[in-house]
Design a binder for this molecule. Structure first.
Ligand code: SAM
Length: 321
């Protein structure tokens, strides 16, 4: 982990000690004596070893992801659902796996407020899963995540795969007889082709929570999606077919609705027939950014998702959006 210090530069005041939010007050000394747990770390040939160019955390000196305030809703829904899943399934599924394909470094900086918050892996690491698997392309980010997980007991049940998640998914071994919650949180639709969902489906029985960048990725890019687009088109890869070419393109919103319908059909073909109500997330100017789509092969999954929606977004749940 000393590599991280080298990578992020000598100007950092690295303290060698990371405190999860809830541990901060009055627990400084505990961190000095707390046993450090090691996740298993795999580096793939596709890992991006470029030095970290984003910010570093004021609290631990490690790489941190710049983000907007909107991540809060995403994280709240994820953690609420992950809690229901991990506790609700613990008697029927001995092996419960949390698999996150685009994990980031485990800490975010909210640009507008300058406030730091935990990244998704640290939000779920104490939930009752029996195994955690994270994939992240950037080596400095993956190493920072490994270090940030060290104070948690569950780090010993954790694998971090550094490299392209499409490569990692081929190598990851999910214990037989597991039920998996897969969180897919890319920065663009081009990073999450439908072949990735198919690979996941072949690997393990899972519920899916997918972040779909419909604002920038689909609606604002509608001019790229013309009928002469080839099979390398981001949208064709995302959907796993080019049936989107049959959707009228005069209205971006309607176009996206059509794409969403096709995506759900693709999920249905794999057996993900229970698709929850999607949550649209907008930025501070109310520009739509992405939506969270939930899909399960079992009605129980949708029931849990509805509960999570009710718990986190009661107003939207009651009045529709
Ligand atoms: C939206 S961020 C993840 C944020 C994190 N899930 C959270 O909520 O705290 C997406 C991450 O995916 C990583 N990434 C991009 N392409 C990737 C790929 N093909 N495979 C694995 N990770 C990738 C980026 O380096 C970035 O850290």
């Amino acid at each position: 982990m000393n590599q991280i210090r080298k990578r992020v530069g000598a100007f950092l005041s690295y303290r060698g000690c990371y405190y999860p939010e809830r541990m901060i007050a009055g627990y400084d000394d505990a961190c000095l004596t707390a046993p450090r747990m090691k996740a298993t770390f795999h580096t793939l040939a596709s890992a991006d070893e470029s030095p970290w160019k984003d910010s570093v955390s004021a609290s631990d000196g490690l790489p941190i992801r710049d983000s907007g305030a909107w991540i809060e809703t995403k994280h709240r829904l994820l953690t609420y659902y992950a809690h229901l899943f991990a506790t609700g399934m613990r008697y029927s599924w001995k092996s419960r796996v949390y698999l996150e394909l685009f994990s980031g470094p485990g800490r975010c900086l909210i640009r507008k407020t300058g406030k730091e918050d935990l990244g998704s892996p640290l939000k779920v690491i104490e939930h009752q899963f029996t195994k955690f698997i994270f994939t992240e392309m950037s080596l400095p980010a993956a190493e920072a995540l490994a270090q940030r997980l060290e104070p948690f007991e569950n780090a010993t049940n954790t694998e971090i795969w550094c490299g392209d998640c499409a490569d990692a998914i081929q190598k990851i071994r999910v214990p037989a007889g597991s039920l998996t919650l897969a969180f897919i949180d890319p920065t663009g639709i081009g990073h999450a082709p439908f072949s990735l969902i198919e690979a996941l489906h072949r690997k393990t029985r899972c519920d899916l929570l997918i972040n779909i960048q419909h604002g920038m990725g689909i609606k604002m890019n509608i001019h790229h999606y013309t009928p002469d687009a080839d099979e390398q088109s981001a949208l064709t890869k995302f959907l796993g077919n080019d049936l989107w070419k049959q959707i009228p393109r005069h209205n971006p919103r309607e176009f996206f609705r059509g794409v969403q319908g096709l995506y759900k059909k693709q999920l249905d073909k794999l057996g993900f027939s229970f698709v929850g109500r999607e949550v649209f997330i907008a930025n501070d100017n109310n520009t739509p950014l992405y939506l969270l789509l939930y899909a399960s092969k079992h009605p129980k999954g949708k029931e849990f998702w509805d509960k999570a929606m009710k718990g986190v977004l009661p107003m939207e749940f009651d009045f529709g959006s």
